[in-house]
Design a protein around this ligand. Structure first.
Ligand code: FMN
Length: 292
């Protein structure tokens, strides 16, 4: 997740454990080709226990292929995830992210070239479609090109977050798909996860993991209490200080706060105090006060 699953957040989750796979923020394939400093900074890694994939976005096969070769040779990431779901204007207008869902042939050409040029595991993240559902066609194309897993976020590009993710598609897809099938959208608790795992092979959790980084441990059956939650928040603050440049720390904390408020009592007041804070230290003191 852009500006969320950076090195500090992934390290936090790696320390908590109980996770099968983690994915980086989405990274521009072109940026990797240009060895752009900010892009390389986003690709920093650490000695991890949980496999870490890099997610790439782009619109043409060649930059993807070069980026994948670079990742295979120069980094310790364990695999590649291709973003075909991002709805952000600045991404879509460049023909990347969810825009690709409109063009199954282009998808085929991109995946074919990447597949030919790397031995790393290759997964793809898609949505149900751009403005109409074509997920079945896209899945056929991806399976044909030999991807290792497909994540479906059960919304269209044009859907908003206030519309529920359309999990009715999960069982329809599961009937036809042969590749590992990962479901995504609106998993906020261990109970949600248990319910949704009936329809898919695995789950991808986004905002729910920011709201509660212990969600994976809970799904694995651990009992979580408020003390443990407080320790996690304190550790996240430490990791932000360790990995993030001082000028970006406050913005980072505000980005986490946006999702931390979910499922919390009295969280709106805390959010306002964090948004009004002038320093990372001030915001951090409020941040530590969130209670699960
Ligand atoms: C702030 C933010 C950043 C995101 N960045 C990415 C991204 O870089 N790559 C991606 O595949 N999805 C991204 N997403 C989408 C999430 O991965 C996920 O598909 C979506 O939020 C629905 O799942 P959830 O309900 O578990 O959050 C982002 C979502 C948010 C809210």
């Amino acid at each position: 997740m852009a500006s969320i699953t950076d090195i500090s957040f992934r390290k936090l989750l790696d320390e908590i454990g109980s996770i099968g796979l983690m994915v980086s923020e989405m990274i521009s394939a072109e940026g990797v080709n240009r060895l752009n400093k900010r892009t390389l900074d986003m690709m920093r890694s650490f000695e991890f226990n949980t496999p870490q994939f890099i997610q790439l976005f782009g619109s043409e096969p060649e930059p993807f292929v070069n980026a994948v070769k670079y990742i295979e040779e120069e980094t310790n990431f364990s695999g590649i995830d291709i973003n075909m779901g991002c709805p952000a204007n600045k991404v879509v207008k460049r023909g990347a992210g969810a825009f690709l869902l409109k063009d199954p042939e282009k998808i085929a050409s991109i995946i074919r070239e990447i597949r030919k040029n790397t031995k790393l595991p290759l997964t793809v993240k898609i949505r149900l479609g751009y403005s109409k559902v074509n997920v079945f066609e896209i899945i056929d194309v991806l399976e044909n090109e030999g991807v290792d897993a497909i994540t479906v976020h059960f919304r269209l590009k044009s859907s908003r977050y206030n519309e529920k993710a359309n999990w009715e598609y999960a069982s329809l897809i599961k009937e036809r798909i042969e590749t590992v099938f990962i479901g995504n959208g609106d998993i906020w608790s261990a109970l949600d996860a248990k319910e949704k795992l009936k329809f898919v092979d695995a789950l991808m959790i986004g905002r729910g993991a920011v709201s509660n980084p212990l969600i994976f441990a809970e799904i694995a059956g651990e009992k979580i209490d408020s003390l443990r939650f407080k320790q996690v928040l304190e550790r996240l603050l430490e990791l932000i200080e360790e990995y993030c440049n001082p000028e970006f720390r406050l913005a980072k904390l505000k980005a986490y706060t946006r999702f931390m408020v979910y499922n919390k009592i009295n969280s709106k007041k805390l959010r306002q105090s964090i948004y009004n804070s002038k320093s990372f230290k001030e915001a951090g003191n409020y941040f530590k006060s969130f209670v699960l």
